[in-house]
Design a protein. Structure first.
Lengths: 370, 370
């Protein structure tokens, strides 16, 4: 790959979501990206960082909550202060990714940024990196490039990308235009997408010249753009904290999809590289079961160093962070998540409903365990 | 009731069984009888004691393991040292009940003892006491009297008593002879017993003159009898500990049913009072569900002061002794028992299988949680 082009690439890792469907393992004080959910020995954020290093070197910026500073630095001890962007409070993905774009733009307007959520599981890494190289080449032609995931089933949990014509980009043979982004479909529509082909899952991966990101942000969310540029202007000065405190809490809260991706697609500025690697957003405990299925012992997956599981006619997933015995008798596909102050017992079939339980806990004011 | 006759009555409470099917709530260090399993506010041993007080006053002897001395005294602060018999190690029910009989016989050969396990749930208490009064009157005619439970279903978990002719005992109109004790039947046999009538559940309640108990023990288990009498002779002397230590560990291990009840029935010496009170031996967590069903909130029974349960399309029983949230989603009849070092997750249907899991834990050497 062209060394000059690669030198322009800068990774961005927004590390924001709590991962509500993985409660009580994942929670405000210990969000999903700080856990090793695949038994790989790496937390999700560490694995995300490591995937980018071969292409980005030290040029990887992490955007996360102030509260997670210590945990993130413990995971990524090599990260420099200038690459660690701390949010005083969550303001959704457009603010997080837009701020990274604005800071990088002020440092060097030629930067091509690549934004990858901190809590996805991807492999083999080499296939991902090949797609990323194609995405960088395509971005250099003046596109916002998303890496779309080949659907493996008719999922209703993800938004889709409708791919268009091949773009004939040099060194990016699989680059195609994007007709549109579509919201999470119902089951019939999802089945139609899968059968018809040409639809990819939107994994929220964006590779683009920072200037192009900001151009679309300015056009669609001018207040957000203005605020972010004010912060970026102060970022590498002594005024950083003062301006951040003043501006951040008044920024519009919106998703990067609405603020940039969808309108940019409508303007013909978005391309897609189909990713043929394995991908999982570890959306719930059923996903954790899938991702660890090779480590199952007689149908039971155990997460946690110290827990000892005894199963009698039972299968499923058990997590416990403590040295205790967990006995399962006569339940299939059970999910047991055992933490100091909260215990979840459900089944794989109901794994998506954990979110509703968390909302119920919130409503009842039982927030100390969230 | 005849005051002289009542003055001869002495309660005996063997408090021995661990209650393996209630693991991990019930365990060697905190057996079943030390728990309040009905939400009554009383532990099972306290409730057993209180049921006997109106008839026995302070004349109630408890036979339990040395290790439980502190817990038992905490539950029964009024118990005197002479009524607390401590076993160095468990040697089955014939040794425990036989030793009580022998000690009481040495103190007063006219005593009528009534032995009632520490871990059964009975109500209404008054109906039980009426049956006990009939049993004492019948015992005074020279019988070993068992109180049999009217079967409410074709249980295969209990032994049965085959009742014979009415005995025409004054003040004990429901006393009948016992033809035989029969072992736990298979399902067909249990259904036949229920349909035919005349069969009662054997709850291990025995009311008898101590001399008659010892006579049958001597005839059927002479070594056990001799050993127990040696201990009884030393009991109220300074040699108690020395003799107990020497003799106890060599005593034959057998159940009171084999050592006394069955051969006594064959000799025509056993009577039965049918008990028409409610009775439960709290044999497993399904029983705990039944016994607390009135306290269910939306199908979930919660045991434990500090636990907060959230159920979404779930029913069952949750026990936790700690202040934590337990969330159940989409499982019916689930049983969750949460203790510091062990967690059980099963369903009511499989409640009886807890015993097998405990045996598996024992086999694998994971005994610290038993």
């Amino acid at each position: 790959m062209n060394a000059d082009l690669l030198a322009r690439f800068h990774g961005v890792i927004p590390a924001g979501g709590v991962g509500t469907r993985l409660w009580p393992l994942s929670r405000a004080s210990a969000p999903k990206f700080l856990h090793d959910l695949t038994g790989s020995g790496s937390t999700l954020i560490r694995a995300t960082f490591d995937r980018l290093v071969p292409l980005a070197g030290e040029r990887i910026m992490v955007v996360t909550g102030k509260a997670h500073r210590g945990a993130v630095v413990a995971q990524l001890p090599e990260i420099s202060d200038e690459n660690l962007v701390l949010e005083p409070a969550p303001r959704d993905s457009a603010a997080a990714i837009g701020l990274a774009a604005a800071i990088l733009y002020r440092r060097d307007p030629n930067i091509i940024m690549g934004s990858f959520a901190a809590d996805q599981v991807i492999g083999p890494v080499e296939i991902f990196q090949q797609a990323l190289v194609e995405a960088i080449h395509t971005a250099a032609t003046g596109k916002i490039v998303t890496i779309g995931i080949h659907p493996t089933h008719a999922s209703t949990a993800f938004g889709y990308i409708k791919a268009g014509e091949s773009l004939d980009v040099v060194n990016a043979p699989s680059a195609r235009g994007v007709v549109e982004f579509v919201e999470k479909p119902d089951e019939d529509t999802a089945r139609r997408y899968l059968a018809g082909g040409g639809f990819l899952w939107n994994a929220g991966m964006f590779v683009a010249p920072v200037g192009l990101m900001l151009k679309h942000l300015e056009a669609n969310e001018p207040d957000l753009y203005t605020g972010l540029m004010r912060i970026a202007d102060a970022w590498d000065t002594e005024q950083r904290d003062e301006v951040m405190t003043e501006v951040w809490e008044n920024l519009p809260k919106t998703a990067i999809d609405y603020a940039v991706a969808e309108p940019a697609a409508a303007a013909g500025d978005v391309a897609v590289i189909p990713g043929i690697f394995n991908w999982d957003d570890v959306g719930d405990f059923a996903a954790i079961g899938r991702l660890n299925s090779e480590d199952a012992e007689e149908g039971v997956i155990t997460l946690g160093e110290a827990v000892r599981v005894y199963a009698d006619n039972a299968t499923g997933v058990v997590y416990s962070d403590r040295p205790r015995v967990v006995a399962l008798i006569g339940i299939d596909d059970v999910i047991v998540v055992d933490t100091t102050d909260a215990l979840l017992v459900t089944t794989k079939e109901h794994a998506q409903k954990v979110k509703a339980t968390v909302e119920q806990l919130k409503e009842r004011g039982d927030t100390s365990v969230l």
